[in-house]
Design a protein around this ligand. Structure first.
Ligand SMILES: [Zn+2]
Length: 265
């Protein structure tokens, strides 16, 4: 029996951070993320970057380097409360601006005000958006059933109290592998707020049993796992993707199937 419960490097747990609206304080937050070796996704409104020179865009790009730039619509309206064409324009125009900023296809998103419904999901999918985060905190550590309605574990204000549960045994099989923390850097108004963030990072970072990933890296890895081709006798595993994939065999062996290769068990 093959199971998809293993993540890059053979680990069983994932931590990701997700911040909305784009703010000058992102730079300080990213400085902390870099110091502690964690990764974040930053959901930006393209309107803030209209009219920037190439040199200005390069400066902003350098701040977010090593993390993910992702959509949050062009101008932060309520997605369920606008005509479909407006939502499409708000999404595609945001993508265009952010792709010029980022230098790669921007295919992630978070819902402004956490606002979405099935019509919004359908429209986003047609705009090439692969995942979108809500603001519905589950207080759990599951992966999403639908990446276009990706519910986070919690807002950062609630994260510290959940660390002991997440960290209690990182080597066992668990259907709750992902600690997903979201917020806004502009909420970090006092030094006490920053100390709280640093305390969360001290708890969760630097652990070789945890994969630190952006939102999109998690999406891409799960897509690569699903793309794995397994023979009927479960002895030949072909990975047709460009991402190394790990699986567990018979609840015992952790196996890497390198990108583009076939592994014979
Ligand atoms: Zn927002």
């Amino acid at each position: 029996m093959i199971q998809f419960n293993i993540y890059p490097g053979g680990v069983r747990r994932i931590v990701t951070f997700s911040y909305d609206d784009g703010n000058d304080l992102d730079e300080r937050l990213i400085g902390l993320f870099n110091r502690y070796g964690v990764k974040g996704t930053f959901h930006l409104n393209g309107k803030k970057y209209v009219g920037k020179t190439d040199a200005e865009l390069a400066q902003i790009r350098a701040i977010y380097a090593g993390h993910e730039i992702s959509c949050h619509t062009l101008s932060h309206g309520w997605p369920s409360n606008m005509p479909e064409i407006s939502l499409i324009n708000e999404t595609v125009d945001d993508r265009k601006i952010l792709e010029k900023l980022a230098g790669y296809p921007v295919v992630g998103m978070s819902y402004p005000c956490g606002d979405y419904n099935q019509k919004v999901i359908n429209a986003l999918a047609s705009c090439g958006i692969l995942y979108s985060r809500t603001t519905l905190s589950t207080k759990k550590f599951g992966l999403p059933e639908n990446f276009l309605a990706w519910h986070p574990t919690c807002h950062h204000r609630d994260a510290l109290s959940l660390c002991p549960t997440f960290l209690q045994d990182l080597t066992t099989e668990w259907r709750q592998p992902l600690f997903y923390i979201w917020g806004h850097s502009h909420e970090l108004k006092t030094e006490e707020n920053w100390r709280e963030i640093e305390e969360i990072l001290k708890n969760l970072s630097g652990n070789e049993k945890i994969w630190y990933a952006t939102n999109l890296e998690i999406y891409d890895y799960k897509a690569a796992q699903r793309a794995l081709r397994v023979s009927v006798d479960e002895k030949m595993l072909f990975n047709p993707t460009a991402i190394d994939v790990w699986v567990e065999k018979d609840k015992a062996d952790v196996i890497c199937i390198p990108a583009g290769e076939t592994v014979y068990l």
